[in-house]
Design a protein around this ligand. Structure first.
Ligand code: PLP
Length: 402
């Protein structure tokens, strides 16, 4: 289903293990996109001609599919966005009217910059406190510290990830959300990583907002969604103004459309939305629980194989890890390592992975990350680990020789 996986890179078969950054796109999704442009393309929610209806119907069908996929309270509780970062910024900006000096927003030290900086900036501009829940030595959210921050009072918003893109920590979302609600705060879930690794039922988790990205779940780039409870989405002040998000416009006053259009100013990325719907259908047909179980076995396999490499340190040992293993190797820079394994066809990620607070917690400025998806195999992981080991030896030898 994934044509790109047959590519050769640098003369070697591609072993793509950078799925936490972006997943590949199956033919079914590529076909849905090409088919829309071939047969149904027109702007949505505007025209009255045949194609305008066909295009609008396809977009709204995609919204229904996505709403079912995340168990949103209703179809109009799904807003299409450019991705997780866009959705989180939309919420941070849209809720800033709730923040007064003395109020607080709580995040965790696990957060990607996308779920950290928007809240920090909102707090700076509103005079609110920006609080960061610490981690246990294993890399789980320290729930005592979280409870302590909540008990300080005036916490209006909690924003946390479902899965860390550095440690792979799966967070206890339902409990964290319940604790936030008991403290009177709204709970925002960064679903970027968890969407592919768990069956994320918005309503059963009890979150107020869920932001996620299509390109991390086989849909391709430029699209994502923000799902929320009706009440929570209605609380958002529109961040963007323009076409289709308005009801009545006069020089004196403008009124807004109903949800979700109120939060989708301008021509939406409707083909992206159709791709996201097709990706949700694809994942559902494969079986989300089966995918999660198989990917968990790949992560266990990677953890065990990497553990055999001399001088290699796996980042964190959370209670539950999903999707990835990050690591460092003594006297090896992750960038050098990833460059050398790339020459053998293996795609890994290196760097701070847009999560400097957790890198600081690790005492590192950079890590290497191996992140499999359901189209990877244990044999590919073994090959990658063999190449990692070989590259580390080469780098150690080079270092010894000066
Ligand atoms: N949150 C987490 C946990 C992520 O891993 C990422 C991307 O890596 C993001 C947010 C941001 O996603 P995007 O770049 O698609 O907006």
């Amino acid at each position: 289903d994934f044509p790109i996986l047959s590519e050769q890179v640098h003369g070697h078969p591609l072993v793509y293990l950078d799925n936490s950054a972006t997943t590949q796109v199956p033919s079914q999704v590529l076909d849905a996109v090409a088919n829309h442009y071939r047969t149904s393309n027109a702007n949505v929610h505007r025209g009255m001609h045949y194609l305008a209806h066909a295009s609008t119907d396809a977009l709204e069908h995609a919204r229904e599919v996505v709403a079912r996929f995340v168990n949103a309270p209703s179809v109009d509780c799904v807003v299409f966005t450019r991705g997780t970062t866009d959705g989180l910024n939309m919420v941070a900006r849209g809720l800033s009217h709730l923040l007064q000096p003395g109020d607080a927003v709580v995040v965790s030290r696990l957060e990607h910059h996308s779920n950290y900086v928007p809240w920090q900036q909102a707090c700076f501009s509103c005079g609110a406190r920006f609080e960061v829940a610490d981690l246990t030595p294993e890399g789980d959210i320290d729930e005592e510290d979280y409870a302590r921050l909540l008990s300080a009072g005036n916490v209006k918003i909690v924003a946390m990830t479902g899965c860390s893109n550095v440690l792979g920590t799966v967070t206890p979302v339902a409990r964290l959300a319940r604790m936030a609600h008991e403290a009177g705060a709204l709970f925002v879930l960064d679903g970027a990583q968890i969407m592919r690794h768990g069956v994320v039922g918005m309503q059963s988790l009890g979150v107020d907002y869920l932001a996620f990205s299509g390109h991390k779940m086989m849909a391709g780039t430029g699209i994502g969604a923000l799902a929320g409870t009706r009440e929570a989405l209605e609380e958002l002040e529109p961040r963007d103004f323009g076409g289709e998000m308005v009801d009545k416009v006069t020089a004196a006053r403008t009124t807004w459309e109903e949800l979700p259009l109120r939060l989708e100013a301008g021509t939406p990325n409707y083909v992206g939305a159709i791709a996201l719907g097709a990706a949700c259908d694809y994942l559902s047909a494969l079986g989300r629980e089966d995918i999660a179980a198989y990917e968990a076995s790949l992560v266990d396999h990677a953890e065990a194989a990497l553990g055999e490499v001399e001088g290699l340190h796996i980042a964190g040992s959370p209670k539950e890890r999903a999707g990835l293993v990050s690591f460092t190797i003594d006297d090896v820079h992750p960038l050098d390592l990833c460059t050398l394994v790339d020459a053998r066809g293996v795609a890994l990620r290196s760097g701070h992975n847009c999560a400097q607070p957790v890198l600081e917690w690790l005492g590192a400025t950079s890590v290497a990350r191996l992140s499999p998806a359901f189209y990877n195999t244990p044999a590919e992981i073994d090959y990658a680990v063999e190449q990692i080991s070989r590259a580390a030896k080469m780098l150690h030898t080079a270092r010894r020789r000066g």
